[in-house]
Design a protein around this ligand. Sequence first.
Ligand code: HEM
Length: 205
Amino acid sequence: MPQAAFPDAADDRAPPTLRERLRIETRQDHEALDALFDGMLEDESDRRYRGFVAMNLLAHRAIEPRLVGALAEAGWQPGDRLEAAERDARALGLEAAEPPPFPLAPLAVPAAFGVAYVLEGSRLGARFMLKALKAREADAPRNRLPTHYLQASGDPSPFRNLLTAMNEAGMTEDDQTLAIEAARRTFRYFRQIAATWPHDGGPRT
Ligand code: HEM
């Protein structure tokens, strides 16, 4: 019997989509970032939460202007998350700061999709964090924290719209590799900020 009559199960499997590849190939980077914020919601001093707000504020400040240029045709828009992070930072009394230079410049379209995947994908985790924070506040109302950023991140539709635009962009294998490398670099950029900011006590690991 020729082998082709009993194709390997693997042959039947559809190749992974770009989103699947991004999720799998950035998993370690995502976990390394999460680990910096372990115990964030149990931390009485709110030190890690301050670091979380500072990290997101500075990352959005550095990245959004680049994506506006690179993904205009793909319909990407920054939304209100930066402004929300600024409101949290003010409420927490965080010092004003400039982000470190974002390493991917200039940003071409395939890489920009990878960067935007990280920025918009963070909405998915934010929903869980907001829920956990609200539960904590119900137990200990005096620990109320400003949550504008988490609330502004609660809508997953910009992430879904981005995935649709990415699928319709007709990316080649090489483009996909560029997107994945850019996504990994973006996760590292977030970690770089988290290791430094805020100067008054972020998660310096
Ligand atoms: C710091 C604490 C964080 C926690 C606990 C966390 C947790 C999670 C969880 C539970 C999901 C999956 C949600 C679902 O399947 O519906 C998720 C998805 C995701 N998160 Fe985070 N996250 C954190 C921070 C971040 C940050 C800061 C970024 C970006 C820099 C990020 C990027 C992503 C991305 C891209 C996805 C989507 C993965 C996919 O394709 O499904 N996360 N996160």
